[in-house]
Design a protein around this ligand. Structure first.
Ligand SMILES: [Zn+2]
Length: 221
């Protein structure tokens, strides 16, 4: 799949307009991290469609403050993340709020792929394949984070339906090329992303592709 398709200017592709603070293309299978200042908005663009973006959140100044899927789900009474969802830490304090979503729902039950889970699910021949946990460790190392700091994550653009009997699936995505999700930081927040390298299930359409992250600072008032 080509990765040379020209993209709109960051200011035009950001879901919430404002001064562009950061703009990066996150290559297929690559990590990204950045501290989003309170009030700034992170837009994630699924450039080519059907690409899972595994994401963790930490306090911008205190990495013992971490994302909690349980607190986030319990507070909103729903397992899917979409516009209005408040990303919460382990004390249920707000970290970020989803302020725009062109997909409809995002997963926080499926967790992250790892070399170890790949061998259990797909066979030992997959042991060498790059995975999200490795991306989290590479990206997190820049901020002093290690294995002990990894918690359950959000999977943006990943479709994990839950059947009436409670069983989970990982199926073809709801997303499509150019679909966006945007999160406003309620407090300074470190965002750690793994652009998922998985090629053994449909979460990336069996073809991991680049995504774009754009940070904007909306005009005051
Ligand atoms: Zn993954």
């Amino acid at each position: 799949m080509t990765t040379t398709m020209s993209q709109p200017d960051a200011a035009d592709q950001a879901l919430v307009p404002g001064a562009v603070i950061d703009d990066a293309e996150v290559g297929e299978r690559a990590p990204w991290s950045g501290v989003i200042a309170a009030g700034d908005v992170l837009t994630i663009v699924d450039l080519y469609g059907n690409q899972a973006v595994d994401t963790l959140f930490y306090g911008g100044h205190d990495h013992t403050i971490r994302y909690s899927a349980q607190a986030t789900i319990a507070a909103q009474g729903n397992i899917f993340l979409t516009t209005g969802t408040v990303i919460r830490d382990q004390e249920s304090a707000p970290m970020m709020t989803i302020v725009g979503d062109e997909v409809g729902n995002h997963d926080t039950l499926g967790g992250a792929c790892s070399q170890e889970s790949n061998t259990l699910r797909y066979g030992h021949h997959t042991k060498h394949q790059h995975a999200c946990v490795e991306n989290f460790l590479i990206g997190g190392a820049r901020h002093g984070l290690g294995k002990r700091d990894l918690v359950g994550n959000v999977n943006f653009f990943m479709n994990v339906p839950v059947d009436p009997d409670g069983s989970l699936g990982i199926v073809d995505g709801l997303s499509a090329p150019g679909k966006r999700v945007a999160l406003r930081a309620d407090v300074d927040t470190l965002v750690l992303i793994s652009n998922c390298p998985q090629i053994n299930n449909p979460c990336n359409g069996f073809d991991p592709t680049a995504v774009r992250v754009i940070v904007t600072r909306p005009a005051a008032g």
